[in-house]
Design a protein around this ligand. Structure first.
Ligand code: MN
Ligand code: MN
Length: 455
C-alpha cells in the first residue's frame, strides 16, 4: 500500500496514464467554472449517447437497462446515469464530486475608479490564501444576464489577443514588517484599465471601460444580474522535467470529476445503476440550490424511479437511496516535504501512490465527519485488489492541525455507505494546484472498478 505506483507500472501502463491526462488537461482548460464544466460534460456525454431526462419525460417513454441519461440543474450541477439490470430500489453505485473551485467573484456593483485606475471589486469564494491572488495574471469567466433574459457568456483573459487582469501587491520594501497575510478581502480589487474617456466630465477611466463592456453588450447595471468568476489565466501545464505531474487551476475537484465521468463512459450494461454526480457550492458548505444540500439529487433519483418500470413510491425512493453505495470523490492533501511540521508521515497520502481513501474527515476529534464503516471499506479493498488498483489511506494533516469537510456527510444522511476517495494534491486551493498523472489514472481505474463490481 505504501509505495509509489511506478514500481508496478510497465511502459505501456505509464503511457496509458499519461495519455489519459492529455484529455484531463483539455477538460481543465475548457472547464474553469462550474458552468463551463457542465457544458463540457454534457458535450462529451451526448457524444457517448446520453439523453436529457427532460426529453424522456416529455415523450412519456419508460427507461430500461443500458439507457444513458443526464439531468442538469441550473447549469451548475448534473447527474449522469447508466441504468442497470437491477430494480432501482436495490440501490445505485454513485461517484460524487464537486465542480466549483476556490476563486474570486465579481461583486454585484464592481466598477469604480481611484487615482487614475479603473478597478473591479471582488468577493472571494471558498478557502483561499488571499496573497496568492495578487501579482498574477487573472481571467474573467462567467455570464451576464440581460433583463430580457438573453445571456452573454464572457471569457476574457485566456486568448493571446486578450489582455489579462491583475491585483496589485505592495513592493517588498514597503511591507517587510507585516509580511504574512498582508492582503485583506477588500483589497482584492482587479486592475481593469487606465485610459480616460476624454468626452466625459467625471469617472473618465471607468467610463472608458464601460464603453468596452458595451461593445460586448454589457451595461453597468447588467452586472447586478451576472455571475463572473475570476480565475488564474492560462492553461494546465505538465509539471517537472519528467512531465510526470500537472500544474493547473481548479484541480480540486475536477481531478476527481473528470475520472468519474470517464469511468462512467466505460460502463455499458451494469447490474446496478451507475451514477456520476457533479455538484456545485462544496467549497462554501454545499449550500444553495446547486449544492449537495439541495433536493436536486433526490428529485432526479425520484424521476429515474418513476421513469423505470418499478412503480414510484416514497418508500421505493427511500430504499433506493439507503441501498446505494457512494464514493465521495474529493481530493486530499498530499504530503508536502517542504512542510513536514504539518503532517504525520506515517498516516498521510503521498503523491504517486494512487487514489487516497479518507475514512473520516472533520476536525477536533472527527467532528463533522461521517466516518466510513469498516464493512464497506473491506468490500472496496476486495474490489480494488482484485482489479490491481493502487490505493492508500490518508488523513488531512496532523491531528488538531488539519481537517476538512466534503459532501460525504450529506450523502451519509440518506443512511447509506459512503467514503471519501480521491487524488492527493499539493498546494490545494492555490491558484495553481499540483497532482501526479499516475494518481489521476489510478483514480479513474478505481472508479471504473467501483461502478462495475460494487453490489
Ligand atoms: Mn474538494
Ligand atoms: Mn476544496
Amino acid at each position: 500500500m505504501n509505495e509509489s505506483v511506478y514500481s508496478k507500472y510497465d511502459e505501456k501502463k505509464l503511457a496509458d496514464a499519461f495519455s489519459f491526462c492529455e484529455g484531463y488537461k483539455k477538460f481543465l482548460d475548457n472547464a474553469k467554472t462550474e458552468r463551463e464544466a457542465i457544458i463540457e460534460t454534457v458535450k462529451i456525454a451526448k457524444e457517448k449517447g446520453f439523453k436529457d431526462i427532460n426529453e424522456i419525460i416529455k415523450t412519456g417513454d419508460k427507461i430500461k437497462a443500458g439507457d444513458k441519461i443526464y439531468a442538469v440543474n441550473m447549469d451548475k450541477a448534473i447527474v449522469l446515469a447508466v441504468i442497470g439490470e437491477d430494480d432501482l430500489k436495490n440501490g445505485l453505485n454513485i461517484v460524487a464530486s464537486h465542480i466549483d473551485s476556490p476563486r474570486l467573484d465579481l461583486k454585484a456593483n464592481p466598477l469604480y475608479e481611484d487615482s487614475g485606475i479603473c478597478l473591479l471589486d471582488t468577493h472571494y469564494y471558498g478557502g483561499i490564501k488571499k496573497y496568492q491572488w495578487t501579482a498574477t495574471p487573472l481571467a474573467l469567466h462567467g455570464v451576464v444576464v440581460k433583463k430580457d433574459g438573453t445571456k452573454i457568456n464572457l471569457i476574457y483573459g485566456e486568448n493571446e489577443e486578450d489582455g489579462v487582469l491583475c491585483i496589485s501587491d505592495l513592493l517588498p520594501h514597503l511591507d517587510k514588517d507585516e509580511r504574512k497575510e498582508v492582503v485583506t478581502g477588500e483589497e482584492l480589487n482587479l486592475i481593469a484599465g487606465t485610459i480616460p474617456d476624454k468626452n466625459k466630465e467625471k469617472n473618465k477611466i471607468k467610463n472608458n471601460i464601460l464603453k468596452i463592456l458595451k461593445e460586448k453588450g454589457i451595461e453597468e447595471n447588467d452586472l447586478f444580474s451576472s455571475e463572473i468568476e475570476i480565475v488564474p489565466s492560462g492553461k494546465a501545464r505538465d509539471l517537472g522535467l519528467d512531465k510526470s505531474m500537472i500544474l493547473a487551476y481548479g484541480q480540486d475537484d475536477r481531478v476527481c470529476a473528470y475520472p468519474s465521468i470517464k469511468a462512467l463512459f466505460n460502463i455499458t450494461n451494469p447490474k446496478r445503476t451507475s451514477i456520476c454526480l457533479l455538484v456545485d457550492k462544496e467549497e462554501i458548505g454545499s449550500y444553495g440550490a446547486t449544492g449537495m444540500q439541495s433536493a436536486f439529487f433526490e428529485n432526479t433519483v425520484a424521476d429515474l424511479i418513476s421513469l423505470s418500470n418499478s412503480n414510484y413510491s416514497e418508500l421505493n425512493l427511500r430504499h433506493c437511496l439507503k441501498n446505494s453505495k457512494v464514493l465521495s470523490s474529493d481530493v486530499t492533501a498530499g504530503y508536502d516535504p517542504n512542510r513536514p511540521d504539518k503532517f504525520n508521515k506515517n498516516t498521510e497520502a503521498f503523491i504517486t501512490r494512487g487514489i487516497a481513501f479518507c475514512k473520516y474527515t472533520g476536525a477536533r476529534g472527527k467532528s463533522g465527519s461521517s466516518d466510513a464503516n469498516p464493512e464497506y471499506i473491506a468490500k472496496l479493498r476486495k474490489i480494488l485488489d482484485e482489479n490491481g488498483v493502487n490505493y492508500q489511506a490518508t488523513e488531512m494533516g496532523k491531528i488538531d492541525v488539519g481537517g476538512g469537510g466534503t459532501i460525504a456527510h450529506f450523502m451519509a444522511a440518506y443512511n447509506l455507505d459512503v467514503i471519501d476517495a480521491g487524488v492527493p494534491v499539493l498546494s490545494m486551493h492555490a491558484p495553481w494546484e499540483i497532482t501526479a498523472k499516475v494518481d489521476v489514472y489510478e483514480t479513474y481505474l478505481a472508479y471504473t472498478s467501483f461502478y462495475t463490481f460494487m453490489d
